[in-house]
Design a protein around this ligand. Structure first.
Ligand SMILES: Nc1nc2c([nH]c(=O)n2[C@@H]2O[C@H](COP(=O)(O)OP(=O)(O)OP(=O)(O)O)[C@@H](O)[C@H]2O)c(=O)[nH]1
Length: 374
């Protein structure tokens, strides 16, 4: 049985309403509808979308709903899957199939002044920052979507400390290099792979308070670190008021260890960060299923969600010369199984972003090509 018909069978049995949700945007402007008082979750904003008919694929439903509600034809746009999420509103169970679509300048120019949709509903173009800040009340299930939307298109992975072994002081050389070459405001997956990686990460944060850090799951800031940075003016206010840690990272091994514990209740499950979103690493279908389960559990438990999945290696890399890459065809087929935004990793460069989106990537990441050369 195909995945699609399996989803429909489960939905029919449990009365889950399958919904296609279109996060339509042009640059940093996001299109919101407004749900009338008599609708489910009424008097709230929403992304354009609606029920997926039994004979439709998600994308067919998405294209139809966007056309019916706004008149915009997204057939030829790149449609990027963000994820799938189940939400129990107690009076209704929904499974949202969420996709992100960037309009062309022409499409945006044609629709930027539309205040009403084709079904008479109010339409609003809203600043991304204001949407993420919660200025537009949305249905409760959309909180997860807003967290997914924080993920940038490009993520930089650091070099390992061992890559600086030829220096007399590898930690100082690592810091000097990354301080200089990381782009402003970059999201950085700090992958130092050394015993003193916490101290080095902390120093990088102090040198570059603009960076948004993804740190290993066992990385916790203790009170003394906070007190020190309070005293240290170079840490800047933003490091304290806007914490630089945006997510913790679970390796493929950590994830599978957690999954084994999730399946076997006699095993002690490793503790996971309860105050940060999580980014996981996956290399195959088993780990994708594990990530999906973790993502669903976090939503159910009201914990910060799984914000993304590194799926690697897409192409051959210098850092892993002996690993056979997945290649785009296999990568894309695997990514389709993920219930969370998928980040392509391995042999990529920023100028491959558009190609990667066509293959189903919400974002791409890498080391060498993502560090600025100056
Ligand atoms: N379109 C849309 N629906 C959403 C969002 N978030 C969310 O939880 N939903 C839920 O998904 C379902 C959408 O189904 P729908 O649009 O076909 O149904 P409806 O209740 O609006 O109207 P209808 O049953 O009269 O067609 C609703 O239960 C709605 O509360 C969102 O951002 N956009």
């Amino acid at each position: 049985m195909s995945i699609k018909s399996e989803q429909q069978r489960v939905a029919a049995q449990t009365h889950i309403v399958n919904v296609a949700v279109a996060v339509i945007h042009y640059q940093e402007q996001y299109l919101l509808g407004f749900r009338s008082a008599k609708q489910h979750q009424g008097n709230r904003y929403e992304f354009v979308g609606g029920k997926i008919d039994a004979d439709e694929t998600d994308k067919q439903a998405l294209i139809r709903e966007v056309n019916e509600e706004t008149g915009i034809n997204i057939h030829d746009n790149t449609i990027v899957k963000l994820g799938r999420l189940h939400h129990d509103y107690s009076d209704k169970q929904v499974c949202l199939q969420v996709y992100k679509i960037e309009l062309t300048t022409r499409q945006y120019d044609q629709h930027k002044y539309c205040q009403y949709g084709l079904e008479g509903q109010a339409l609003t173009w809203a600043d991304k920052d204001e949407v993420l800040a919660g200025k537009y009340p949305l249905p409760a299930a959309n909180q997860t979507i807003l967290t997914w939307l924080r993920l940038p298109s490009l993520i930089t992975v650091t070099y390992a400390l061992s890559d600086f072994d030829q220096h007399t002081d590898p930690a100082a050389a690592w810091l000097a290099y990354h301080r200089q070459h990381l782009a402003a405001q970059a999201w950085v997956y700090v992958r130092i792979k050394a015993p003193d990686s916490k101290a080095i990460t902390k120093q990088l944060m102090q040198l570059r308070p603009d960076l948004q850090m993804i740190v290993p799951d066992d990385f916790t800031f203790d009170g003394s670190m906070l007190a020190e940075s309070l005293l240290d003016q170079t840490a800047s206010k933003s490091a304290l008021t806007e914490p630089q840690v945006v997510a913790t990272h679970l390796t493929h091994g950590d994830l599978m260890h957690w999954y084994a514990g999730a399946k076997d209740t006699s095993q002690k499950r490793p503790p996971l960060s309860s105050d940060q979103p999580i980014i996981v690493s996956c290399h195959d279908l088993d780990s994708i299923y594990a990530a999906n389960q973790l993502a669903a559990e976090r939503i159910q438990q009201g914990l910060p969600v799984v914000i993304g999945m590194f799926l690697s290696p897409v192409l051959a890399t210098q850092t892993h010369p002996d690993t056979v890459p997945l290649g785009w065809i296999q990568w894309s087929a695997l990514a389709a199984h993920a219930d969370i935004p998928v980040i392509g990793l391995g042999g990529l460069a920023p100028d491959l972003l558009q190609d990667a989106k066509v293959q189903g990537a919400a974002a791409i990441a890498g080391i060498r090509q993502f560090l600025q050369s100056h």
